[in-house]
Design a protein around this ligand. Sequence first.
Ligand SMILES: [Fe+2]
Length: 192
Amino acid sequence: MSVIRPALHHVTIKTSRLDEMVAWYGKVVGCSVTFKDANNAWTTNDGANHRIAFLSVPALTDDPDKLHHNGMHHSAFEYASFDDLMSSYARMRDDGIVPAFCLDHGMTFSIYYRDPEGNFVELQSDSFGDWKVSTEWMSTSPDFAANPIGYFFDAEKVYQAYKAGLEYGAMQKAIRNNEFAPAPIPNIGLPV
Ligand SMILES: [Fe+2]
């Protein structure tokens, strides 16, 4: 029997910082509260009743060794365009929210942030602007197979080049030539 494939609907995060988390997801991806009480919140940034939810009980504690423990690495949100990714980067930068690390994955430009609980959130735009083409490239490109993590870039350097009018393909080429590399190369949330 074939699998009826349900759509991914929401992610629920445990937190000891409920108000901070609700505010952060509001600022970063525009989530608004559908329902909130003293210990829980359900928020959304589209037509679904909730997309990002939070559960908070007093017994929750931080994991001091989170880096070494298994679990979810990141959630991701996609903009309709590179312009939207760049303007959102600048909006957040001006609000004091800065990336943890940035990668050109080939099929996406991706800027990763750390939420107040230390969970990574990837903000991306598709380099092909078409999921079908993007999926085909990812599954068949020798470039992706050779380096599936991608190429690091410094968001501010890329933003300045973008503002100066550097064309998208030239930007990707420059990133591969390490012209926009961050110093030092940041940790991507995995033990080394
Ligand atoms: Fe991702």
